[in-house]
Design a protein around this ligand. Structure first.
Ligand SMILES: [Zn+2]
Length: 325
């Protein structure tokens, strides 16, 4: 080898190893963020984040702190992230009663002078069932999959969006309180939205992505109400590994916070990989059952498609006759 070829060869080796080293580091960083966030949200210290409890408040403060570190602006009450939710609300089978819970709301202002008036809303619910009936010596309902995993997905997508030079549309990140008791946080959010609801072009709710669903391919997620709008198909065209919900009998489209938004006309779906596992709403939905490689892959697979949606002019539409009434 002459000196020039040898130098070029060494440079090539150096660049290649740096590139691979970088890629490994980025994936490792994502993996560590996911683990760190989930390990706190689903820890016994939070005692299952019971709806409307002090433990739910701890989760809210933690998520606020994370948003601040990621450089997402607060969009809750009085210049903070937390939106206090107090009043009379509808409860499943119990009519209306007084309740106090909270939401956590952050905002990433769009970088395009026109498109920043349009909003993409990314959501998850921070509460779970708290302390309950003991099962196999455990009474803490940690809700690692339901829905600490969705909260982590929203945080990591936020982190990825901030790092990009362009995020043309404005993005609102909302973590709802008291989903498990009937969506009281969400009811309040809709009555007191941080932006006029008609500005919201799409909502993606993230629910239970901590484990794969054997009904779909290992690297796939499913979208509730996939055929109800053109959002799922367009995200899929832009790299999302999203398929139709394989459990239509479960009516999952109607069973998460996306539904109340959809009833207001917002194109709103839930992203999930819940395979109807037996730990659902049991103390065993804890960290030991989380499939971290799946969760990393799931979150990573949604980052680029969401970035595309935030930077595009595409406005999702309901399919003919498929808008929920
Ligand atoms: Zn849930």
């Amino acid at each position: 080898m002459n000196t020039r070829i040898r130098t070029a060869f060494f440079l090539l080796v150096l660049i290649t190893s740096l590139a691979f080293g970088q890629a490994k580091t980025e994936r490792d960083k994502l993996a560590n963020h996911i683990r760190g966030e989930l390990e706190f949200m689903a820890s016994d210290a939070l005692q299952g984040r019971g709806s409307g409890t002090h433990d739910e408040l701890l989760a809210a403060v933690y998520l606020s702190s994370e948003l601040r570190q990621i450089s997402i602006e607060p969009a809750g009450d009085n210049g903070g992230y937390v939106q206090d939710v107090s009043g009379e609300f509808e409860f499943y089978g119990q009519g209306r009663k007084k309740w106090n819970t909270r939401n956590v709301i952050g905002r990433l202002e769009g970088t395009d002078s026109k498109l920043k008036d349009e909003v993409v809303l990314l959501t998850a619910h921070m509460d779970h069932l708290g302390i309950g009936k003991e099962v196999a010596g455990d009474n803490i309902y940690n809700g690692a999959d339901d829905d600490a995993s969705g909260c982590v997905a929203v945080l990591e997508i936020a982190r990825a969006l901030v790092q990009e030079e362009h995020h043309k549309r404005t993005v609102i990140f909302a973590f709802f309180g008291s989903e498990e008791t009937g969506g009281q946080g969400n009811q309040y959010f809709l009555a007191h939205p941080p932006v006029p609801l008609e500005k919201i072009v799409a909502n993606l709710e993230f629910e239970m992505i901590g484990r794969p669903d054997s009904m779909v391919k290992p690297d796939e997620l499913w979208l509730t109400g996939y055929d109800r709008s053109n959002l799922g198909p367009e995200l899929t065209k832009h790299g999302a590994k999203l398929v139709a919900d394989p459990h239509p009998a479960q009516h999952f489209f109607q069973r998460s916070d996306n539904y109340a938004l959809a009833l207001k006309g917002i194109v709103a779906h839930t992203v999930s990989s819940f395979g109807l596992h037996k730990d659902y709403h049991r103390p065993s939905d804890d960290l030991s059952r989380v499939d971290f490689p799946h969760m990393e892959q799931a979150i990573e697979s949604m980052i680029k498609p969401v970035q595309w949606l935030v930077n595009s002019e595409f406005k999702p539409q309901w399919a003919e006759g498929k808008k929920p009434q």
